[in-house]
Design a protein around this ligand. Structure first.
Ligand code: NAP
Length: 528
């Protein structure tokens, strides 16, 4: 990213004060108009001082509060963010190029998640530790027993986030961390760091959090991992390639810093083998695939990338999904007729076009919205890509279709010949965040869940009876687990209070029943 000196330089908030980087920084752009917006830079910051301040001052102040007090604090943060929503939408339009409903997924999704943890945390009351399970006798005599307890770790939580969710990506991690009593340092992805920085600025300005509880560092990631000490944790969201660097960093590999990785994923949608082209299940799949391909221009880690239908319905599904996609007008999100805005940057634009070409080595184009042109946007400047549905009649022979995540409005349709082949093809994604199943048959849904649960963080079943209430294949809800095995990164986030586990250390306290009674008086049963 180049730098343009005249644009405002956003300060970082570290060691309890606003600090500007001493370098020229990187410029953030409007991905539709191509205009420069702001710059970010952290050159010359004393990272060691900032991490120590968060660890010592922020951590101590947060741990001095109960879960209930910290939950109430999150509730106040929600109010501050709600009061500034208009500014966040404005930044999202300018910096992410998203239409209002797509900005909402990020902005309101983040605020909703924070509010969820404020409510869940209130139920933990005045406790200062979590009691994990019942006491277990150590022998015949009930006098000496084990009680597992969870205590917040005495370190910082470093978040290294992806560009597609500058709001939700911060709050879905910060809510459980702060509720646990662990201070947060967030490093947003450079391309969209503005919204994260602005939200932190509003919360800092409101004076709701103890000094050191929330810091933001924008710009280069250089040196951040080097700061991590054994009781710190790092939560990374981004590409599998960067994830490899995080995992092999000495902080993780040698100092055992706990590490959560949310990486890319080739999520699937599966239609029941008994479906017909006029069945409800078919219609539900078509609607969900078209929606998932186009929400946030397909820049969602949970978006549907592979669509599996019974072979007899391959042509019908291609036609129906294509017809839906044809209604998606693409272009400048400021124009009210536009349904889908831009990708995040011109770099991503070129990356997605190259990715489509790569997939085309094994697939044909079933629908391409490019012919419709862009609304109010210059194709030579705007990072807008129209939706593309690819397909292959022979998914067993395909390789790249099961391997390459194209981070844009792109999916591949594939027919299957038997239930067992469908499971095999879905598993070729080698571990995904989510698979959705479309069926009117409860027994098939149960079989699909049993077959797919071990390779997916979430199995989302859509049947006609839940058509109106289902929350969406790609929507990450705070009460459900987010993460996935294998190439999805192997991480776990959210899942209600389960998320607190990452920020706590479990210890087995072996003591007399009387001593355990005294300990239990400071805790609350952990029932996620
Ligand atoms: P990325 O290039 O891997 O960047 C992710 C973050 O890592 C950014 O903050 C980036 O900073 C930082 N980074 C880059 N190099 C680093 C290094 N050597 N050490 C430490 N940090 C480093 O990923 P992206 O392109 O922003 O995100 C898109 C990908 O994220 C997609 O593949 C998507 O599937 C995945 N994703 C997954 C989830 C999930 O929850 N599973 C959610 C969203 C996105 P800079 O921006 O400054 O380079």
């Amino acid at each position: 990213m180049s730098h343009i000196p005249d644009t405002p330089l956003l300060p970082n908030f570290l060691a309890g004060r606003w600090q500007k980087g001493q370098g020229q920084g990187s410029t953030l752009f409007d991905p539709v108009l191509g205009t420069p917006l702001v710059r970010v830079d952290n050159t010359g910051l004393d990272l060691a001082e900032g991490f120590a301040f968060a660890r010592n001052s922020g951590g101590a102040a947060l741990r001095a509060m109960s879960y209930g007090q910290r939950a109430a604090m999150l509730g106040e943060v929600v109010k501050v963010l709600q009061a500034h929503r208009d500014a966040y939408y404005d930044i999202a339009t300018r910096n992410s190029g998203t239409v209002t409903k797509d900005s909402a997924v990020d902005i309101d999704g983040g605020i909703f998640t924070l509010g969820f943890y404020a409510k869940q945390g209130a139920a933990l009351g005045e406790a200062s530790c979590l009691l994990d399970g019942e006491r277990i006798r150590m022998g015949k005599d009930p006098l000496f027993q084990t009680q597992h307890v969870l205590k917040p770790t005495r370190g910082v939580a470093l978040f290294i986030n992806a560009f597609n969710f500058p709001s939700w990506g911060l709050w879905e991690k910060a809510a459980p961390a702060l509720l646990s009593g662990v201070p947060v340092i967030v490093k947003p992805a450079t391309a969209t760091a503005w919204l994260t920085q602005r939200m932190v600025a509003d919360v800092v300005e409101a004076g709701l959090l103890p000094a050191g509880a929330l810091s933001v560092i924008c710009g280069s990631s250089a040196g951040l991992m080097d700061q991590l000490q054994p009781f710190d944790v790092v939560s990374f969201t981004g590409s599998a390639e960067t994830a490899r660097l995080i995992r092999s960093h000495p902080a993780v590999a040698q100092r055992s810093v706990r590490c959560n990785i949310e990486a890319d994923s080739l999520n699937s949608a599966l239609l029941d083998p008994a479906a017909t082209s006029d069945s409800e299940a078919f219609k539900l799949l078509v609607a969900e695939v078209a929606r998932e391909m186009t929400v946030k221009s397909g820049q969602k880690c949970t978006a549907i990338r592979r669509v599996f239908v019974p072979r007899a319905l391959y042509a019908a599904a291609a036609a129906a999904i294509g017809a839906r996609l044809a209604k998606t007008t693409v272009g400048n999100p400021r124009n009210e007729s536009v349904r889908m805005g831009a990708l995040v940057s011109r770099e991503q634009f070129h990356g997605v076009l190259a990715g489509i070409e790569h997939l085309k080595t094994e697939a044909e184009v079933l629908y391409d919205g490019a012919a419709a042109g862009l609304v109010d946007a210059d194709p030579a400047v705007a990072a807008c890509v129209a939706p593309v549905l690819l397909g292959t009649p022979d998914p067993v022979k395909a390789n790249v279709l099961h391997e390459i995540e194209v981070f844009g409005p792109v999916a591949t349709l594939m027919p299957y010949d038997s239930e067992s082949q469908a499971w095999e093809l879905i598993r070729r994604g080698e571990g995904s965040l989510v698979a959705s199943v479309y069926s009117e048959d409860a027994a098939f849904i149960a079989r699909a869940a049993a077959e797919l649960a071990d390779s997916h963080g979430r199995v989302h079943a859509i049947s006609p009876d839940v058509a109106a209430s289902q929350t969406g294949h790609g929507n990450v809800m705070p009460m459900s687990l987010h993460g996935g095995p294998g190439r999805a990164g192997g991480g776990e986030e959210l899942g209600g209070l389960r998320a607190l586990g990452f920020y706590h250390r479990r210890s087995a306290v072996q003591a007399s029943s009387v001593a355990l009674d005294a300990l239990a008086a400071t805790g609350v049963p952990f029932k996620p």
